[in-house]
Design a protein around this ligand. Structure first.
Ligand code: GCW
Length: 835
């Protein structure tokens, strides 16, 4: 047997379970330039173990050892050591070593990186900046890049935060990577190992603050024991240059403090918050600030007392100001609406609530604005609020967690979507006004500004629930630092750091990732109609009807002949008038509205012709076929990398992509069937509702199975499925194969429900050719469903099955728990047919 030492000697990598993310420091060969350019010593200019500069030294040591197997000594406060990396702040260097030459003035958190052969200087404006510089140098080394560089890098904005929607009981709202790393059972967890590992990842992408609890906040976080826990968490983050922030529940003075009111202008309420804030800062002297969701989705707020949103924000702002804290006040404020009122429009809410308060906020208040006016949909226009506040600081809110974008069970590289917003020019006062220049504070000269992303990592070793979704976290950090960066270049750094330098690996994952958001948009909601997920349940699978006929205001206004929200000033909700003149004019007219936002702004016939020349309905049909086809390609592309990626991650990702190929077809058929059923307009290419290679389960010979009408109807082929008659007896569905003899891929569409793990077995003439278990709730990251619907609909495929016409195909389903082994259809797919 091999000893551990021998394995280490061989350089056998630790399990590739994703825990180290892009900080794997996987071994690279080293000769020539590499040998002569590897420093032999690390000099850190701070000896305090909890300082970011000290941490930088440790990280450099780990990196050099990991990537190039080189053992390097860390020493402290020595200035002139040859063949060394010297890391510290500019001031520390000046104090210990004298003048620095050629380094430009750095902004807060900025750094200077200078490499000459095996002599490397890393200077931060502050300790945090020095740590960022160390990670930058390590990123070069880990990508085999030994070029001589000499440059300063400064952040675009001071606010580069992440938000976690973690609940005190350990669950995470819209989290797909397992339970919380912070909370369990109403308290902060004892073992903070994962918190330290998260801190390291976040520091490497230059995140400087993390809000650890859900914006739907629980006041019990404020009890003294929990605040002690927050203190422990902050102690873990601090060495990585990351501050902790807290979400507040606006009603806490009453619900938790026992006061009779939570009126923000009431003296006793102000005193109560003052007292709480003092307790917080006693434990966390560098607490970043408060995050507030109020008067939104049932959360209490100042409107209860007819106070303004600025009254509320300023209450907290005044409390945290003496400690240097800020208040992130969310613009996500809206009321329930009535769809029968043509002019009602949730998209107008943020401007309506905040515009008139411009200038009323304390200067340490930042309005945190979701990128679009509704809610992280697959495509939205930029929030018009960015163009309506000139004397108020703003931050853009993004979602790394893929709430409406496949919940990490679908590959969707989201950064290109964010880019459509960041690079959008709002033309305020007819001047260039890119969203990225507005939120960073440049356009309107604000000192504060930046971005916040909802991340929601959990205890899963992949952090987010799947390996490939980590590109989104990486890209978020990079764009927060520099929103002008190119999303494909960011992606490629991530790929090299995560999967190595092989050219084919790089090209393949690049291609899949760059195709993924467009494909997801194609097989979900098109032309700006929103994602079309089930908005009343899991936000995962298709359910277009759930958008309408309720107060949530995510309407499509689809009927038999027309679809889309008329948001024009002339004839609709007036939303387009919330933009500056040039943009308002563009969206007001159908002619100048880009096709991809047509239905966001206009209510048109299904037969309306797009700029592309297609009708709206034919565009829906075609896009859904194109998108699902692209997704089939992801699996093939990934499989071409077998042997080039460690088995653990190869299999994990393969399994997810295989699932996505099936679920993209569920999406395609559901949306196409829904609008075909509504409009009655056939697909010109005759694909929709026409599946020559399918055999519906309900048309098979059933024994122990019965038919079941699926809701929503469009999530079952032919709207009907079958379920076992009893909860504990197997059912059998059999059929004679009507197709020509030959080799086929056999696809089986079934429903995998939460609540049981049924088993299915497939036989051909009584010979078993395949089997599977309905356990996807334990494997995939998305929210499971207890119903037969678009969330639970799943496809499994058995490749290269040889059949003869007249063979008997039989599926035996054994129910389990509340899962009645449901089946929708089988398809026998000749080579090249997707069905
Ligand atoms: O996106 C929606 C989510 C809610 C979330 C809310 C918000 C935390 O469905 O789960 O609540 O937005 O952003 O506040």
């Amino acid at each position: 047997m091999w000893s551990l030492g021998f394995l280490a000697f061989l350089g056998v990598a630790a399990a590739e379970d994703g825990l180290n993310g892009w900080l794997r420091y996987a071994s690279l060969p080293c000769s020539g330039q590499c040998r002569s350019n590897l420093p032999s010593t690390i000099v850190t200019l701070n000896t305090t173990k909890t300082s970011p500069v000290y941490v930088a030294g440790t990280e450099l040591k780990i990196g050099l050892k990991g990537v190039y197997g080189k053992n390097v000594q860390v020493t402290h406060n020595k200035c002139k050591v040859s063949s060394s990396i010297i890391v510290g702040t500019i001031d520390q260097y000046r104090r210990s070593c004298g003048a620095v030459n050629g380094v430009p003035d750095l902004e807060e958190d900025g750094f200077w990186l200078n490499t000459k052969g095996d002599n490397v200087q890393i200077f931060g404006q502050n300790e945090r900046g020095a740590l960022y510089g160390a990670f930058e140098y390590l990123s070069m080394l880990a990508q085999g890049n030994f070029s001589e560089v000499s440059y300063a890098s400064n952040p675009s904005a001071p606010i580069r935060w992440v938000n976690q929607w973690d609940n005190m009981d350990g669950s995470i709202e819209r989290g797909y990577g397992g339970p919380s790393i912070f909370f369990n059972n109403g308290q902060i967890v004892q073992d903070l190992t994962r918190v330290a590992e998260y801190a390291r990842l976040l520091a490497s992408i230059r995140i400087n603050a993390v809000v650890i609890n859900n914006v739907n906040a629980n006041a019990t976080l404020l009890d003294p024991t929990n605040l002690d826990g927050v203190g422990r968490v902050a102690d873990i983050f601090r060495p990585y240059g990351i501050q902790v922030g807290l979400s507040l529940n606006f009603a806490s003075p009453q619900t938790y403090g026992g006061l009779s009111t939570f009126d923000p202008l009431d003296a006793s309420v102000i005193e109560w918050w003052s007292n709480i804030t003092a307790q917080v800062y006693e434990r966390v002297p560098d607490m970043a600030g408060y995050l507030v969701k109020a008067d939104s989705e049932g959360q209490p707020g100042p409107q209860t007392y007819n106070r303004t949103l600025s009254d509320a924000a300023n209450l907290f702002a005044k409390e945290v100001k003496p400690y240097g804290g800020i208040v992130m006040y969310r613009a996500f404020v809206y009321n329930q609406l009535n769809e029968s009122i043509w002019t009602d429009d949730r998209a107008k809410a943020a401007v309506n609530f905040f515009k008139d308060l411009d200038g009323e906020f304390e200067d340490n208040v930042v309005i945190q604005i979701k990128f679009g006016p509704i809610d992280f949909q697959v495509r939205e226009p930029a929030s018009p609020l960015f163009a309506n506040l000139f004397n108020t600081s703003m931050a853009i809110e993004l979602q790394v967690t893929q709430e409406y974008l496949g919940q990490q069970s679908h590959l969707v590289y989201v950064a290109p979507l964010w880019k459509t917003i960041l690079d959008f020019d709002l033309r305020v006062d007819h001047q260039p006004s890119l969203v990225r220049d507005i939120v960073t504070g440049k356009r309107f000269n604000r000192k504060l500004g930046g971005s916040a992303a909802v991340v929601n990592v959990g205890t899963n070793t992949t952090w987010l629930g799947s390996h490939l979704s980590m590109s989104n976290l990486y890209a978020y950090g990079r764009l927060a630092w520099n929103p002008a960066d190119d999303t494909q270049e960011i992606l490629q750094d991530w790929i090299r750091l995560t999967f190595g330098l092989d050219r084919k690996v790089l090209d393949t994952i690049t291609r899949m990732s760059m195709e993924s958001w467009p494909a997801y948009e194609q097989y979900s909601g098109n032309l700006g109609i929103q994602t079309l997920t089930d908005i009343l349940y899991t936000h995962y699978g298709p359910n277009p009807a759930s958008q309408d006929n309720n107060g949530w205001g995510q309407w499509t206004r689809a009927d038999q002949t027309t679809i889309g929200m008329d948001r024009t000033v002339a004839n609709g909700t007036g939303y387009s008038g919330q933009y500056p003149d040039e943009i308002a004019a563009m969206y007001e007219s159908i002619e100048s509205t880009p096709d991809d936002l047509l239905l966001w702004f206009h209510h048109v016939n299904y037969t309306h012709r797009l700029h592309s020349g297609k009708t709206v309905i034919q565009h829906f049909y075609d896009s859904h076929y194109t998108g699902a086809e692209t997704a089939q390609g992801f699996l093939e592309q990934w499989e071409s990398l077998q042997g080039k990626i460690d088995t653990e991650r190869y299999n994990h990702v393969r399994h997810f992509l295989d699932y996505q190929t099936g679920h993209s077809i569920v999406w395609r058929d559901a949306i196409n069937n829904f609008y075909y059923n509504l409009s009655g307009i056939p697909d010109q290419a005759k694909r929709v509702n026409h599946h020559p290679w399918r055999i519906e389960a309900e048309s098979m010979k059933l024994d122990g199975y019965k038919t079941y009408n699926v809701s929503p109807f469009e999530t079952a082929s032919g709207s009907v499925a079958i379920v076992t008659i009893s909860n504990n007896t197997a059912g059998t569905a059999s059929t004679k194969i009507p197709f020509p003899s030959g080799t086929y891929d056999l696809a089986v569409n079934y429903y995998d429900l939460f609540g049981g793990q049924s088993q299915w077995k497939v036989y051909l003439n009584d010979r078993k050719i395949g089997q599977w278990t309905g356990n996807s709730e334990d494997i995939f990251s998305h929210t499971p469903s207890i119903y037969l619907d678009g969330h639970s609909a799943t496809r499994i495929k058995f490749r290269n099955v040889k059949v003869r016409r007249g063979d008997i195909l039989k599926i035996v389903g054994m129910p389990n728990g509340t899962e009645p082994a449901p089946l929708d259809y089988v398809a026998l797919l000749p080579a090249g047919i997707i069905d």
